[in-house]
Write a protein that binds this ligand. Sequence first.
Ligand code: ATP
Ligand code: MG
Length: 349
Amino acid sequence: MHASSSFPSSHGSDASWVVADATAAAAPASPEASRSGRDALAHLVGSSALMTRLRTRIARAARTHASVLVQGESGTGKELVANAIHALSERSHQPLVVIQCGTIPDAIAASELFGHERGAFTDARAPRRGRFECAHKGTAFLDEVGDLSPLVQVQLLRTLQFGEISRVGADHTHKVDVRVVAATHRPLEQMVADGRFRQDLYWRLHELPIQVPALRERAEDVPELLSTFLDRANLRYGRAVPGVTDDAMRALLAHSWPGNVRELDHRVRRAVIESECDVPLGVRAFDLPDAGAANAPDGSRLGAILVETESEMVARALAVCSGNRTRTALALGISRRTLQKKLARFGIR
Ligand SMILES: Nc1ncnc2c1ncn2[C@@H]1O[C@H](COP(=O)(O)OP(=O)(O)OP(=O)(O)O)[C@@H](O)[C@H]1O
Ligand SMILES: [Mg+2]
């Protein structure tokens, strides 16, 4: 039979699993924790309405113990979001343990996540703590949770349900107090519908969902991100590239960014490394696949420029009007309905 024991708790009471109550408010974070939280939020560059909303959701999530599911396309900043939630929470002085779910082979998953006792298997010469034990009182970040195998999904669900772990080879369980933040770029809802991801585990992880917007949905953040990455690249490579040309900015604003913020960062670095002197970077420096249309010597060039310019004007007007669509429509001299159509066409939210 399994006996249950607890880790020593600094508060003198048994540690308990706290993800069950999504609405439970945590104690206010200490001043140092708030400072590190603010720093973590500052790493998330962007002043668009969508980014402002994201920061609000992060701060709200940090005030609870609920498990958070961070979803968004690859390169949107899900890991930064997870870091910020931990840094803003009352657990910020405790460990943030990152578990790369996609890289754990089934054969060692239980031992990796929950640890093992000496002699549990041939190579277990000494007892070892698992990732969840290491995260006790802190946060476990389950990165790429959509990549978990069915076997590990079951093991994880048990831990989330009962708030306890059992090391491989142990005859008892431990209570653990771990806050879970999970992230994935996969369509988890679809995976549940297809039977590839357990519905019960999905609901356990999904207490507070946070959607990180794609960069093409907030093109107005491109200039600020560009300037941040340019400063970093200049520092890293000992350069003094001052900025980009107007043409390049237009092309960057019109690009669809399938790789999101990571793609922008990499394109800027490459452009800085490959540029020969410290002058503003032109369109070519960024080697954008869709910039070709703007250089084509036929009518499609004019069309592309008009679309870019219009999309840029709409995005700017929306930013200036703080996302208020009625005021934006008035500022542009078009109806609200026409504005809605343009926003949908240009992928602006
Ligand atoms: N808003 C942002 N401000 C500044 N840097 C950002 C922002 N979003 C993402 N980044 C940077 O872009 C890169 C990708 O971010 P991150 O690893 O958090 O993305 P992700 O969503 O976890 O991607 P993946 O799904 O591929 O794991 C990192 O270098 C990160 O620092
Ligand atoms: Mg990631």
